[in-house]
Design a protein around this ligand. Sequence first.
Ligand SMILES: [Zn+2]
Length: 220
Amino acid sequence: MALPRLVLLGKQGAGKGTQATRLGDHFGVAHLSTGDLFRSMAAMGTAHGLEAKRYMDDGELVPDELTIGIVEECLAPGGPLSDGFVLDGFPRNLRLAQELDGILDGRPLDLAINLDVPRDIVLDRLAGRRVCENCQRVYHVNMPPTVDWTCDTCGGKVVQRDDDTEEAIDRRLQLYEEQTVPIIDYYRQREMLTEVSGVGDGDEVFKRLVTAVDGAHRCK
Ligand SMILES: [Zn+2]
């Protein structure tokens, strides 16, 4: 049986990155964020990869056109996504979802998973987050460092980042929803979407995801 081709969608704070890594390991496929794709193509020295690197070095968003070019390179034979994959954070808008389908023409996605966590829970997770200024280790107000907001790993100061205030998080979630609802609708109409609850223990959530993938994959 061919290896699964998956898209994992979910809000910031839904645990998407962690679960994408676990799914990739479990199914023996590459689990890559868009940033990883850019970096891997830049490291291979492809024209698209080097152009994307320039945008990233300047702290700018890599344009859709270039992003899709890179995804196409990664999906080509010998590329990091040529067999199975878990895409994390891609597609980031409806246009890219449609482009991806075009590229995958011969062998479409097995499943797009929406890892669903209600907004108030995500808000609570993110607003309680504290980060070491020095090594970036992440803590939570409910699980602080042992000694007075001093990093257990490096002794650095553990703080709330400027973009982790409730207002800033709320704005990011709003923006995410505006961009993602059309993607979710698109996959739903094409009967490629599964909703999986991301609430609760990480191991439980992972089991739900594996069950969803196994179910969809067997139908092929
Ligand atoms: Zn630290």
